[in-house]
Design a protein around this ligand. Structure first.
Ligand SMILES: [Zn+2]
Length: 168
């Protein structure tokens, strides 16, 4: 009888602990506009090299920039989504794409603010805001404050860092 009681108490305690763990706030989950939590993907350069083309590796993992007007994604105007070429996370929608005339695929907002991260980039003697994939940390491009309404932002992306998936 005593044993059964102890077991019951132990079970109740485990249940309470599991409940507390499920309720604990997840860092970053309070971000405005999104409750989604992105699981990070971490790989070594050698592992990425096996998955990516040399051009994709140079941009996504080495912060390279593709030559302007070289990406086939520039001229895509059909409905669909643009996903990370490294990990497949959806990044941008054709609904937010606009023709910036810069030669790089440009968007005025990401598909979900939690799908990208930004960081200050001080390379080339200028201060720019780098845009990265929230899941694999891949370099995508930069965001500038000279975009169209409603955000006034211009996400200037490397086409090689993304793949287009047409809407079904
Ligand atoms: Zn990614």
């Amino acid at each position: 009888m005593k044993l059964a009681m102890t077991l019951l108490i132990a079970l109740a305690l485990t249940g309470a602990l599991a409940f507390a763990a499920a309720k604990a706030p997840v860092p970053g989950s309070d971000k405005k506009g999104s409750k989604e939590v992105i699981e990070k993907i971490v790989k070594t350069d050698d592992e990425w090299k096996k998955i990516l083309t040399p051009e994709q590796f140079n941009v996504l993992r080495k912060e390279g920039t593709e030559r302007a007007f070289t990406s086939p994604l520039n001229n895509i105007h059909q409905k669909g989504v643009f996903v990370c070429a490294a990990c497949g996370l959806t990044l941008f929608s054709s609904d937010q794409k606009f023709d910036s005339g810069t030669g790089w695929p440009s968007f005025w907002a990401p598909i979900d603010p939690s799908h990208i991260t930004t960081k200050t980039d001080r390379s080339f003697f200028q201060v720019r805001t780098e845009v990265l994939c929230a899941r694999c940390g891949g370099h995508l491009g930069h965001v500038f404050p000279d975009g169209p309404p409603p955000t006034g932002l211009r996400y200037c992306m490397n086409g090689v860092a993304m793949k287009f998936e047409p809407a079904k």
